[in-house]
Design a protein around this ligand. Structure first.
Ligand SMILES: [Ca+2]
Ligand SMILES: [Ca+2]
Length: 440
């Protein structure tokens, strides 16, 4: 091959990707969900609730900045003691910034928050919230962001008549509970008039990520379909549930508006423990974009995934598992569960692929927890998979679900899944384990 031909080929090589980029523009949606680069959903961006934050100021044709000119639009002012201040919202460098500040000169409201606490006391903290001026009805919500590395929430949520969807409520830095920073918490709140669970969080996905939400930018997504929802982290499906499965807990049926905000959470950190040095440059929630799409092609719904665990629901007693477990009739699914009556663990080693992300989940309960002064914990863990140990804890007296994710190392061929009640060694009952490869 002549050098001339080689040089022509190399210039063609440089030209080809450029050409393909040119052809994509104008034919496909300007952006696609990270989980669906092939556009199987036929996604159409809903412009009114999507923003790249590319200007120099907040686009007030799309968003309200709560507290602008003292106007909270009849919405709430934030979770006391923190209060939303419009001055804490800015747009620069292609990002929306929701700052949280120790702000003693702010004119805090004299009223009390819905949690009964005073605004600004004992912690004069201001945060911020923007809400969309328009609503949408079903769609795929996605945000690329980095949570505030401070004792405040960084949240992406929606409200509508009768129901609220919290896509995530990150809590980037709780000095008393470092595990908070790994949590990806999704929930439904019931706002149906006359409902016995009015105002309560009635359905939750409690997932442990294998990274701190405040360390770097990640992409979080939730597809809200009339018949199911699917939750994504960096384009990987971590959980999905159907309307049928949730039954009366499926509260989000009406059109929703979007909220992006930070707040203090008094159940994470007591307000009296907040201090000025927690706030500053690091306590900023930084959002690269908020995108919402409507699908134009029908969904295949929730596809069954291959559970990699043997006897995952303990219907065959403890077969396939090792350790100190016993069989229990207190089943979450099927006829049987497993239990730890004394201090110990129950484990199973499974075959895995290298450099692959997996999601592990289980349902468990600590029957002797009284929710007052006795909290007995058990822990679901993965170990020996080529990365640091990842775990999540159970402590409620009734069955509740937790999940976690891990990514295998380049040489990994096996991983060990285990649940333990150590060090407390109190009774723990568990069932319905799932381990699956986190596909797109
Ligand atoms: Ca941007
Ligand atoms: Ca079972």
């Amino acid at each position: 091959m002549s050098t001339d031909m080689l040089s022509k080929m190399s210039s063609l090589k440089t030209f080809l990707p450029f050409l393909s980029i040119c052809f994509q523009v104008g034919t496909a949606a300007p952006f696609l969900p990270v989980s669906d680069p092939g556009n199987e959903g036929g996604w159409e961006l809903i412009e009114g609730v999507s923003d790249e934050f590319n200007g120099d100021t907040l686009d007030t044709s799309k968003w309200h900045n709560l507290g602008s000119n003292g106007d909270y639009l009849g919405e709430w002012k934030g979770r006391a003691p923190s209060q939303y201040s419009a001055d804490n919202v800015s747009v620069s460098g292609g990002k929306l910034i929701i700052a949280s500040r120790w702000d003693p000169d702010f004119a805090f409201s004299e009223t009390r928050g819905s949690n009964g606490l005073s605004y600004g006391k004992p912690a004069p903290v201001t945060t911020a919230a923007i809400i969309s001026k328009t609503k949408f009805h079903y769609g795929y919500m996605e945000m690329r962001c980095r949570a505030a590395d401070g004792p405040v929430s960084s949240s992406f949520w929606t409200t509508g008549k009768g129901g609220e969807i919290d896509v995530f409520e990150h809590f980037g830095n709780n000095p008393d509970n470092p595990s908070s920073a790994y949590r990806y918490h999704t929930s439904f709140h019931d706002w149906r008039k006359g409902s016995t669970s009015f105002g309560q969080r009635i359905w939750t996905s409690d997932h442990t990520l294998n990274y701190r939400v405040a360390d770097d930018f990640h992409v979080y997504g939730l597809e809200w379909d009339p018949d199911f929802l699917r939750i994504y982290a960096d384009g990987k499906l971590i959980y999905g549930v159907t309307r049928q499965e949730l039954g009366d807990q499926w509260v989000a049926v009406n059109e929703q508006k979007i909220w992006i905000d930070s707040e203090t959470f008094d159940w994470e950190i007591a307000p009296a423990k907040l201090k000025a040095s927690d706030f500053g440059e690091k306590s900023k929630f930084v959002i690269d974009y908020c995108r919402v799409w409507k699908r134009s092609k029908p969904s295949s719904g929730l596809k069954p995934r291959k559970n990699l665990l043997a006897n995952s629901s303990f219907e065959d007693g403890l077969e396939g598992w090792n350790g100190e477990g016993t069989s229990s009739k207190n089943a979450h699914s099927g006829q049987s569960a497993a239990a730890l009556e004394t201090s110990g663990k129950v484990q199973q080693t499974v075959n895995v692929k290298p450099n692959t992300t997996y999601v592990l989940s289980a349902w468990a309960m600590s029957p002797d927890t009284n929710e007052k002064n006795l909290w007995f914990k058990s822990y679901l863990n993965v170990a020996s998979y080529g990365g640091p140990k990842v775990g999540t804890q159970f402590f409620m007296p009734g069955y509740h679900r937790k999940s976690l994710q891990f990514t295998t190392g380049p040489e990994s061929r096996t991983a060990t899944i285990f649940i333990t009640n150590q060090p407390q060694g109190k009774r723990s009952i568990f069932d319905t384990f799932e381990l699956f490869e986190a596909t797109k």
